[in-house]
Design a protein around this ligand. Structure first.
Ligand SMILES: Cc1cc2nc3c(=O)[nH]c(=O)nc-3n(C[C@H](O)[C@H](O)[C@H](O)COP(=O)(O)OP(=O)(O)OC[C@H]3O[C@@H](n4cnc5c(N)ncnc54)[C@H](O)[C@@H]3O)c2cc1C
Length: 466
């Protein structure tokens, strides 16, 4: 079988089919694996992530995939998330002694960037999520409702919206609250923060992202398969309602018993013949799926400026600072005693048209405001990586546009974070889609196998109550 695309979706499908003794031939256009969740070497020799990626305790399929490919020990989990605002007020999210759903109550009550009125309104919204077990009736309204609308209906204060809901959800879902389907937002809080004690724990790679996938090639090759890099697919040929072959740059054609197309939806649209859209109406809809941007800013300081492994910033353009030097446990090639920080700005629409230097100046000013040691430190080097189409936009109603992995075209399977997984555009969603595509193929071949992992079970009082 052939997999097109060596991102997490293609790798998850490829590795699990190889494990089921299928001969997998994977074709990736770039010279490395990992897709959007990867790292590479800059012209100056610095090894950087395309952007900082994090996972959460509730991402059970990604965790399973990391285990399969032997890199689970390269993800470090943190159970304390630190927030700070420009006035220097801090807050944490951390499970205390109480059982779920009250495990965060202690840290929430002392969360200084929020007022008492903000907290009371947030508490009300949490009760609404809990009562519906992660679901509320208005999520079913035709076309969906936006997260902002959902929050307004629950009387959230402007402070709660700006300094709590927006801070958590824009990072998790890469979209502004008025453009996010409320069911994704509610899901984040149900799965990550309310239903159990560990769903919120944040997993951060302690190596550059590309290193995580070292085991994939070996896993596929061990079973007689191959991983072909620098192989951009240009098109496909259909015959009698089935895929007959795929065609690469330079005209090389390949055929297989089955094909998993694990490329971003915009890329799939470019390679789809008109006949495919006619045979599978779901393919005609994917053009309606929008994209949202993420900007990563990389700073190399000449000295140590930060002690925490990461920090969430409230009321600023910069949303997160990751202390890469501390996370890697090395200087990662930067100057002796220097420190490498990576900043993340999700839904960074405003930054897209700005010149690189303007973004550096803006973020440096904020970093110096938040980290006093950075005021005296020299910025030795900086780089900005703008991803205009970082993720699909989780706009209200987008689920109606996301196709299933199995199509009406014989031998054609889809995978990718944008396919119908119920999850937003995340590494977890990508792995789920790969597993679902592999499950469909195994079922079609008469050798069904369950690959998809179950969600974290509710615990504490939530389990007792529901
Ligand atoms: C800046 C940024 C930050 C992010 N942060 C997080 C985070 O913190 N946590 C999280 O869970 N998710 C995060 N994400 C989202 C996450 O990276 C994606 O959801 C996930 O990696 C998507 O995997 P995929 O396999 O579906 O797609 P991709 O990773 O896009 O893989 C598709 C692959 O197909 C290849 N391809 C495309 N066209 C062709 C062609 N014609 N021929 C051959 N190959 C082709 C591409 O090169 C690519 O390797 C982030 C994304 C970005 C961009």
């Amino acid at each position: 079988m052939i997999v097109i695309g060596g991102g997490l979706a293609g790798l998850a499908a490829g590795v699990s089919l190889a494990e089921a003794d299928w001969r997998v031939r994977l074709f990736e256009q770039r010279p490395f694996l990992g897709g959007r969740a990867t790292s590479y070497v800059l012209p100056d020799g610095e090894h950087v992530d395309n952007c900082q990626h994090v996972t959460l305790g509730c991402c059970t399929n990604l965790e399973d995939f990391y285990r399969r490919i032997g890199c689970a020990d390269k993800i470090k989990y943190f159970d304390r998330l630190l927030f700070q605002d420009p006035q220097g007020r801090t807050g944490t999210m951390q499970a205390g002694m109480l059982p779920a759903p009250f495990h965060m109550t202690g840290s929430f009550l002392s969360f200084a960037p929020l007022t008492f009125a903000d907290k009371r309104s947030i508490g009300r919204a949490m009760v609404s999520i809990l009562r519906g077990k992660g679901h509320t009736a208005d999520l079913e309204e035709p076309g969906g409702i936006s997260m902002l609308e959902w929050l307004k209906r629950r009387g959230q204060t402007p402070g709660a919206i700006k300094r709590f809901w927006r801070v958590v959800l824009v990072s998790a879902l890469d979209e502004e609250l008025d453009k996010t389907d409320a069911h994704y937002g509610v899901d984040v809080f149900w799965k990550g923060f309310l239903s159990n004690r560990t769903g919120y724990r944040m997993g951060v790679p302690v190596v550059p992202l590309g290193v995580l996938y070292d085991g994939c090639k070996a896993e596929i090759e061990k079973r007689g398969g191959e991983v072909n890099l620098r192989m951009p697919l240009r098109g496909m040929q259909l015959r009698n309602g089935a895929i007959e072959s795929v065609e690469f740059d330079g005209g090389r054609k390949e055929s297989a018993d089955a094909y998993v197309f694990a490329v971003p939806h915009q890329a799939l649209l470019d390679m789809l013949p008109e006949e495919a859209k006619q045979r599978e109406p779901a393919l005609g809809k994917i053009a309606g799926i929008g994209a949202s941007p993420i900007t990563g800013v990389h700073f190399w300081f000449d000295r140590k400026v930060m002690s925490e492994p990461f920090l969430t910033m409230v009321d600023t353009t910069t949303q997160w600072i990751f202390n890469k030097t501390a996370l890697y446990g090395t200087n990662n090639g930067s100057e002796e005693k220097g420190q490498y920080l990576q900043l993340v700005i999700s839904a960074s629409y405003d930054l897209l048209p700005k010149p690189r230097q303007e973004i550096i100046d803006l973020c440096l000013k904020e970093v110096r405001e938040f980290l006093p040691e950075a005021r005296e430190a020299k910025l030795a080097k900086a780089t900005v990586i703008k991803e205009a189409a970082a993720t699909f936009s989780p706009q209200p109603g987008v689920d109606l546009l996301r196709p299933k992995q199995e199509t009406r075209i014989a031998r054609m399977l889809l995978a990718g974070d944008w396919t119908d997984t119920g999850w937003p555009a995340t590494m977890e969603g990508a792995v789920r889609s790969g597993y679902l595509a592999a499950e469909a193929l195994l079922r079609q071949a008469g050798t069904p196998k369950r690959l998809l992992q179950t969600d974290l079970a509710p615990d504490g009082l939530v389990r007792m109550l529901f």
